[in-house]
Ligand binder design. Structure first.
Ligand code: ATP
Ligand code: MG
Length: 419
């Protein structure tokens, strides 16, 4: 991508009403546009990050044999009435609207009930099980407070997955597999070491559900951490957990976190509420076992910004950076332009994602933009580097630059690709 071809520009300021660091930086860098509190448009650079996060999640969900689909945002009232969750007193974040003929419909804040409803058409016998389905969907939630930037949207992107099983053992097994898949996701996003599988209040069926809580100063949640035993518990269940897990309360450390994902074991409750049964091996009607598993895709982007950004701007792990290289051309001399064009063309042809700052701007402006945008490696081509037949490289996470030849540049790029 050539900078001259990108419609967004960086800015020194963010909207005055934007208090969250993640949104301030993402807006200034041109990754997102704020439509209103809790509603952000994803611009070309932001969209690339979102798509890379989704692709990591997609690979890990496919690896546990889940099928991707996309449900609708418009939802029927009758389905949610079956479980009592159409009621605003029970679910207080609904956006509801009406069709032209005055039929009431809801905008999806979750797809638990609609997906169970849908499976009436597809699951009849034990032979149809197990089934795991997932989607990336824009969820609509009328959140009371939306002050955490993209970490709490009124419209946000979630990966939600639902699994359906003939037996409790099969669900329990899949639930555990999902925990492992989630750990791989957070590792690949670069926040694995700070993300804890956290005991939280129920599952309909089990005593605890599990949240994936990522340590983050800007977080809205608090967990209690037993570092020695690697156990984390949510605020709401501390007393219960201390009893059940046999840990000492005074050994727990209180830390601020963001819930980046969570998983629930519904047991057979939803089956029974919504009448979704199957015929078991003995020809008898039996209840389905259901699990539900979420990951906040746009929230993950916000958490990564909060945790990794520095005072100069965004810092992306190579896995999800929109581009790997910020190629800054300094000067407009023919030989400089030719050398920079050539490097851009060759790296791009080799599959390296290069953002080429080909604008006629001062070095200071380009370096400030390179820092704000946060791509892993800055490469400078100038009259000076051309004289020496080298390139000047600097990692975003470091302050010193170095002069390297083409072979060294390639080996640095390889390292980044494998990181
Ligand atoms: P929270 O307690 O933060 O409101 P939740 O319990 O409502 O989250 P779920 O309904 O289980 O969350 O949604 C699954 C995942 O979607 C969450 O773990 C979180 O990562 C993400 N998520 C939930 N609400 C939002 C939101 N308003 N904006 C962005 N991401 C969200
Ligand atoms: Mg919520």
């Amino acid at each position: 991508m050539r900078a001259s071809n990108l419609f967004t520009k960086t800015s020194k300021t963010a909207p005055a009403d934007e208090v969250a660091k993640n949104a301030q930086l993402l807006i200034r860098a041109g990754y997102v546009y704020k439509e209103m509190a809790g509603a952000y448009a994803y611009l070309p650079l932001g969209l690339r990050v979102i798509e890379k996060i989704k692709e990591i999640v997609r690979q890990e969900m496919n690896a546990i044999h889940s099928n991707e689909l996309v449900m609708t945002s418009l939802q029927r009232k009758e389905i949610w009435e079956k479980t009592g969750r159409w009621d605003d007193k029970v679910v207080d974040i609904w956006f509801k609207t009406q069709l032209a003929d005055k039929t009431e419909v809801g905008l999806g804040w979750s797809h638990e009930e609609p997906i169970v409803e849908m499976l009436h058409q597809y699951i009849h016998s034990y032979k149809d099980l197990p089934v795991s389905l997932y989607q990336f969907q824009t969820k609509m939630r009328n959140e009371k407070r939306a002050k955490s930037g993209v970490m709490r949207g009124r419209e946000f992107i979630m990966k939600d997955m639902y699994s359906f099983h003939a037996t409790k053992e099969d669900l329990d097994h899949y639930y555990d597999q999902t925990i492992e898949a989630y750990k791989r996701v957070y590792d690949r996003l670069g926040i694995g070491q700070d993300t804890y599988v956290t005991f939280a209040s129920g599952g309909a069926f089990t005593k605890f559900s599990h949240e994936f809580q990522t340590i983050c100063d800007a977080g809205e949640d608090v967990i209690y951490l037993h570092r020695g035993q690697n156990i984390a518990v949510n605020e709401e269940v501390v007393d219960d957990a201390v009893k059940e897990l046999g840990i000492k309360r005074e050994e727990l450390e209180k830390v601020k976190t963001v819930e980046t994902g969570n998983i629930f074991n519904f047991g057979t409750q939803k089956t029974d509420e919504m009448g979704l049964y199957f015929t078991d091996q003995d020809g008898k009607q039996a209840s389905l076992w259901i699990g539900s598993y979420g990951i906040g895709i746009s929230r993950a982007m916000g958490v990564i910004v909060e945790k990794m950004a520095d005072d100069r701007g965004l810092v992306w792990p190579a896995n999800i950076a929109p581009y790997t290289v910020y190629l800054a051309r300094l000067g407009v001399e023919d030989n400089v332009v030719q050398a920079a064009d050539k490097l851009y063309d060759e790296l791009t042809a080799a599959g390296v994602e290069v953002y080429y700052d080909d604008r006629d701007e001062r070095p200071g402006t380009k370096f400030a933009d390179a820092d704000l945008l946060g791509f892993p490696l800055r490469v400078v081509v100038s009259a000076k580097t051309e004289e020496q037949g080298k390139f000047e490289v600097k990692l975003r996470t470091e302050s010193e630059s170095a002069l390297v030849d083409r072979a060294e540049l390639e080996s640095q790029l390889k390292q980044l690709a494998n990181s």
